[in-house]
Design a protein around this ligand. Structure first.
Ligand code: XMP
Length: 258
């Protein structure tokens, strides 16, 4: 359970409230690199401090956990995020068998993350069932990878597949249906594919958030992604590699609808 300033809030409530407060739909992807771990930590903290009032959340990748270790990330960046009332998402892309997925999800949640990203390809029974259970008991979130942002994504996610009842549809539509069925807290759909965002938005209706990575460095346009139906944008290099991260984050600000 996320306890913020003495009040228990769910992941979805926390990100919506940060988005409304900061008038921003940008989730910062904190993927900095440095062989020197103290320098990596310093750069990561400076980036967060620079843009904290211009974003609605922070996404951390396994890359940063490898560089700093989970305990250091928890004691520094997650603590800082909590001070600024910014939710944190662990981009673990969980995709293993149930018991290891469950262990990893629990570790990330107990470290302080508010949500994890998982791959629906692992399936429910003995795949993601225990991840959803771990999240539910703590009021945390599970976001499902539904269509990746990289150019090669199409070769898999758009492939046509036959369901057991004989219905044939693109894999990403089947993944979207699973996300609804399993009560995921959001879908990850590349900002580089506004047409796919719009198709998925039609399938899921207006409520469930779509998180869209791939803005800037990968060529995705923030406005096109939001217009197509994305709720939040996930942005990394365009912000932290810029000479003026604050100005870029300011330029990316799009008010959430209430
Ligand atoms: P950039 O630097 O391109 O970083 O803004 C994007 C961030 O988002 C992650 N990413 C994805 N995560 N599904 C995901 O779950 C995707 O399709 C996807 N594409 C990019 C990437 O790891 C980085 O943190």
């Amino acid at each position: 359970m996320v306890v913020h300033r003495g009040v228990s809030v769910s992941f979805e409530e926390k990100i919506l409230s940060a988005a409304l407060r900061n008038e921003s739909r940008t989730v910062l992807a904190l993927d900095l690199e440095d062989r020197d771990s103290s320098e990596l930590l310093r750069k990561s903290i400076v980036t967060v401090q620079n843009v904290k009032e211009l974003i609605c959340g922070i996404k951390i990748n396994r890359q940063l956990i490898l560089g700093l270790g989970l305990d250091t990330v928890a004691e520094s960046i997650l603590k800082l995020a909590d001070e600024f009332a910014l939710p944190t998402i662990m981009d673990a892309k969980l995709n293993d068998v149930g018991h290891t997925n469950e262990f990893m999800a629990q570790k990330y949640f107990d470290a302080g993350f508010d949500a994890v990203i998982a791959s629906p390809v692992a399936g429910w029974d003995g795949g993601l069932d225990k991840v959803f259970e771990a999240a539910k008991s703590r009021r945390k979130g599970v976001l499902l990878l539904t269509y990746m942002s990289n150019p090669g994504a199409e070769a898999f996610y758009s492939l046509s597949a036959k369901e057991t009842n004989g219905d044939e549809k693109p894999i990403y539509e089947i993944l979207t249906e699973r996300a609804l069925e399993w009560k995921a807290h959001g879908l990850i759909v590349g900002a580089t594919q506004p047409r796919i965002i719009s198709r998925i938005r039609k399938l899921i209706g207006p409520e469930l958030p779509i998180y869209s990575p791939g803005v800037g460095a990968q060529g995705g346009n923030p406005k096109s992604a939001i217009d197509a139906g994305a709720t939040y944008l996930i942005v990394g290099r365009a912000i932290y590699s810029s000479t003026d991260p604050k100005a870029v984050a300011q330029g990316l600000r799009i008010k959430p609808s209430t």
